[in-house]
Design a binder for this molecule. Structure first.
Ligand code: HEM
Length: 149
């Protein structure tokens, strides 16, 4: 198993990065959709239903599969011999970043369900502020895996 992972390492890393890109696209775009949904429609109007379909499809068909793929390929990289030095700080910083990213995904999913019930309580400004969470987590994660402090 270890030999296979070592040989496949560059391929697994490439697949990991592709999955990350797809997941991040959704993590950045869904909160923007929530801003427009809040500011440009009322519950029950025609734009409300269009936003609901966009949000559902983005989460269900792009973000959920790419999050699972990111975790799957990421864990294979963790299991690859010689890749993670648990004596360094960077693996823990990366773990903290991905926990925040995963929590944010769940938070967005809960907000989508609120919009679907016509029960959003947050303002466009609050959704704009939350939009910064994935940016901050991304900075921590990329510095951790590239600089490896
Ligand atoms: C979800 C759980 C994740 C796990 C378990 C995980 C784990 C890993 C591991 C072990 C590596 C190999 C590091 C190396 O080759 O030296 C890696 C590479 C990488 N990860 Fe993740 N990762 C996860 C999520 C993410 C996320 C969310 C991002 C971006 C926001 C990300 C960005 C990257 C990048 C850019 C690399 C390549 C670094 C390089 O070799 O230069 N990962 N990941």
């Amino acid at each position: 198993m270890s030999d296979v992972l070592s040989v496949a390492y560059p391929w697994i890393k490439a697949l990991h990065i592709m999955s990350v890109i797809a997941w991040m696209a959704g993590l950045f775009y869904l909160p923007r959709l929530f801003v427009y949904h809040t500011e440009q429609s009322e519950p029950g109007d025609s734009r409300d239903s269009v936003f609901q379909v966009m949000e559902y499809k983005l989460l269900r068909y792009i973000m959920q599969p790419s999050m699972i793929a990111t975790w799957g390929f990421g864990l294979l990289l963790v299991m690859t011999p010689g890749i993670v030095d648990w004596g360094s700080v960077w693996p823990y910083a990366k773990l903290a970043g991905v926990v925040v990213m995963t929590w944010f995904h769940m938070w967005l999913s809960a907000r989508r369900k609120e919009f679907a019930r016509g029960a959003n309580t947050r303002t466009g400004r609050q959704h704009r502020i939350m939009n910064e969470v994935p940016t901050l987590a991304m900075v921590v994660i990329v510095l951790a895996v590239v600089v490896k402090f």
